[in-house]
Design a protein. Structure first.
Length: 266
């Protein structure tokens, strides 16, 4: 079935946005009021060091291959000073690599810890070139926006993938001087930005290396549509109308990837 005649449910972030919008009257002034008050972020603190932009303290699953100046390398093999390729065309040095390790304490993993698999070719015919595993709050860069992978889950090509026999889950995150878009398994993804470095279990290492660094938040490279306020302002900036269906980049990406998954499965 083609994408043109398939109806897909709203993405989680889109449903949240619509629930908030429905609480206001259908007046033009309501849009301005909504914009001024902002919406709560959908990124909430996660047990064991998550939360915040950039997936908080855990982002790339161990084994993820990142594109560097020397080619692809597994993230756990990267070191401070290694050059990673960015979407801007520059090779930038890694300032630090944050880590978080989770050990299973029950029969199943907490939802906030389970990695989400972006299957091979889930985005297009080339992207990602291999299954990509990210923490739920880590963002892909799609159509000029950051979109957290948990808001793109369709249950098929993008879905939680708990390691069945794995007792330990290890996440790594790349910290540069600025937030950038880099390539992981061929997909455009964010580096750390906007959050607190002390969410990482090895934060003591950062303080030892950079004792005078105030650890202030790194500005985001693009609006994160999984944050309610950024989502709303993006819609308004695209000329969204309160009275008709609006162009929502996050919902469009969700539908596009869901439709693609159906076509690949047919």
């Amino acid at each position: 079935m083609s994408a043109s005649n398939t109806q897909h449910p709203f993405s989680p972030a889109r449903r949240h946005f619509l629930r908030v919008s429905a609480a206001f009257s259908g007046k033009v002034v309501g849009i301005a009021a909504l914009a001024s008050m902002g919406l709560p972020s959908s990124s909430k603190a996660k047990p064991g060091g998550g939360g915040g932009h950039g997936g908080g303290g855990h982002c790339f699953l161990k084994g993820t291959r990142v594109l560097t100046s020397r080619g692809e390398a597994q993230i756990e093999d990267l070191r401070i000073g290694d050059l990673v390729k960015t979407m801007r065309g520059e090779d930038l040095p890694i300032k630090w690599i944050g880590r978080n390790t989770f050990r299973r304490s029950g029969a199943s993993w907490p939802k906030s810890v389970v990695p989400i698999r972006v299957s091979r070719f889930a985005i297009d015919d080339h992207t990602p070139h291999t299954d990509l595993y990210l923490s739920p709050g880590h963002a892909l860069f799609i159509d000029g926006f950051l979109m957290e992978v948990r808001d793109l889950v369709n249950g098929a090509s993008i879905a939680p993938a708990a390691p069945p026999d794995m007792e330990t889950i290890e996440y790594f995150q790349i910290v540069l001087n600025t937030q950038e878009v880099i390539w992981a398994e061929g997909a455009p993804v964010e580096t750390f930005g906007g959050g607190n470095l002390d969410l990482f279990t090895n934060f003591f290492e950062y303080k030892r290396l950079y004792p005078d660094d105030p650890c202030s938040a790194i500005p985001l490279v693009a609006p994160n549509l999984s944050t309610g306020r950024a989502h709303l302002h993006a819609l308004l900036g695209l000329g969204a109308s309160y009275f008709i269906n609006v162009r929502d980049p996050l919902q469009e990406a969700y539908e596009q990837f869901a439709a693609r998954a159906e076509e690949l499965a047919a």
